[in-house]
Design a protein around this ligand. Sequence first.
Ligand SMILES: Nc1ncnc2c1ncn2[C@@H]1O[C@H](COP(=O)(O)OP(=O)(O)OP(=O)(O)O)[C@@H](O)[C@H]1O
Length: 250
Amino acid sequence: MATHTEQLTRPAVRLQGLTRSFADRTVLDGIDLDLPAGQFTALLGHSGSGKSTLLRAVAGLDHEVTGSGQLTAPERVSVVFQDSRLLPWRRVLDNVLLGTDGKEAAERGRAALAEVGLAGRERAWPGELSGGEAQRAALARSLVREPELLLADEPFGALDALTRIRMHTLLRELWERHRPSVLLVTHDVDEAIVLADRVLVLERGRIGLDLTIDRPHPRSYRDPLLGEYRERLLTALGVTEHQGAQEDHQ
Ligand SMILES: Nc1ncnc2c1ncn2[C@@H]1O[C@H](COP(=O)(O)OP(=O)(O)OP(=O)(O)O)[C@@H](O)[C@H]1O
């Protein structure tokens, strides 16, 4: 049975020899990793490499998984998924407030919606929101809990390219204001290097590459100095630029 030890002490996340298996397949194979408090980290890896498994372990959402090792995570953790997971029968503000109570929480909910650009949409139904707006509401719902750790599993994966770029700016701004530790799971190398200060590559159950992105924010996709990081990450993922370009045109 997976163990999940929560402590109030920092660094935000510590994994020691973390192993997770499904049947006879070991997905995470003795991972040692510290995520310092307040750091914005992205996690890349091939499909099936175990990114979501790792994120779920940190979130304490993997009770049915066989595992061992030590895991320390903060008390207040929020998770954002690829789909907003808003309850369709509750209005936007009520979704944001779910699991909180008190008048003060309602004020925080309104403030969080304003922060993500949804002021005035408190009484809208989730079905009336666009995909990007729904993800904004999901971010507001996570913010209202004032998380020490924000876990995000492909939160922009279903959005169009333009909305995605806007959401990148928003997420980074929210991070700068609130400074939670962030672990962002993504397939998108550019998303990782534009947003994160540290990028990890999960490979054969271990952290195959641990790269610090030493460029100031806000970062531009066009920054040629990011090219070097992109190259290293693509190489770690076993993708050449040529292959990537071919795939883009398929
Ligand atoms: N509940 C489960 N039961 C059995 N196998 C599982 C389960 N969840 C995940 N796996 C397997 O564990 C491996 C890692 O899955 P995981 O979802 O963590 O990968 P991922 O890197 O997040 O993939 P993707 O990028 O495609 O979302 C995969 O081979 C997957 O089939």
